[in-house]
Design a protein around this ligand. Sequence first.
Ligand SMILES: *Cc1c(COP(=O)(O)O)cnc(C)c1O
Length: 424
Amino acid sequence: MEQNTICVQGGYTPGNGEPRQIPIIQSTTFKYDTSEDMGKLFDLEAEGYFYTRLQNPTNDYVAAKIAQLEGGTAAMLTSSGQAANFFALFNICGAGDHIVSSTSIYGGTYNLISVTMKRMGIDVTFVDPDASEEELMAAFQPNTKAMFGETIANPALTVLDIEKFARVAHANGVPLIVDNTFATPINCRPFAWGADIVTHSTTKYMDGHGAGVGGAIVDSGNFDWMKYADKYPGLCTPDESYHGVTYVERFGNGGAFITKCTTQLMRDLGSIQSPQNAFILNLGLESLHVRMAKHCENGQAVAEFLENHPKVAYVNYCGLPGDKYHALAEKYLPNGSCGVVSFGLVGGRDAASTFMKHLKIAAIETHVADARTCCLNPASSTHRQMNDEQLKEAGVPAELIRISCGIEDKRDLIADLAQALEAI
Ligand SMILES: *Cc1c(COP(=O)(O)O)cnc(C)c1O
């Protein structure tokens, strides 16, 4: 099936007389006739459900759709994007291990890796995503277990050279994990460029309606864990906490990563997505291909309008021919990138404050990737405790505005921006 069809019909095929829409199995537990029947599930000898913290049919239908969209072999849902990135990394890293990550990533993920995972004994080296292969190679250590980056970084809007990162990761015998939240599999499928694991905050475009927080992890099935068995004992040696199963032997390269992540991490850390939220996420996925095209059309139109406006100092959007990431976008995102555009106002903090006050359609929110346009000036909201010098160092200068273009009519969005710019 093509992507457009998978969005609508993937993951769930009803049988004769069964519900057309994915049923919400809002049940914590599943009933069995004999203890032996249930025992087979616990031994991973039979497929089936027993407790929703581990698996639930609604979640599995939606995860299967996301796996199809990404071209992966297996997927799982998590309660949030934060949980997805943590689980994807922690599934193969432990105390004494090391991660190489792009610096250009979501702030929440940066904190997760640099503060919380560090407290767990997992070290990190951050690298400039635009660094040369030689510079990237130098960041690796014998205990490095994963490399991490974002297809289109939130909020910096840098575009990751996925092939370059994959080459370097594989030369060091580790998988590349790519957070594909902003591009979505409609605009980029990182597995086609060598990524091994993909993560998502489904809270963003996949849900797309600001209705449910969620995450997903997808495995390409391509990484040869056994080749580096001494590096990944969790996948390649018996798991004493789960009946001595060796995940790669039992489930192969296509199933080992997600099965371990479910039976171990979800069992112990319990960050499940509720079946109700999975159902809402699926409603979003059904129109993802239609919405992404509109988000990109509006993002492009708004970026072009801003670029030509005298009160705008600069615009970051990889769809603009003059953008630093335009060439990478042409390669990895030929059909468009996303609806998020950032720009700087001539006139700094005061101009930004006036501009924000006059917006009528674009709502002031920390959120992005919603059907409704939203806008943020970090200096006057999320980062207001910082002075101009600190803001510049943090990469969010006082004059910076981030706008996430929704799927409204672009003429209304441009008119709204024009009148707010006029007010400065
Ligand atoms: C929002 C976001 C996250 C975190 O996801 P939540 O669903 O908010 O936990 C991770 N990565 C990226 C790129 C994001 O935009």
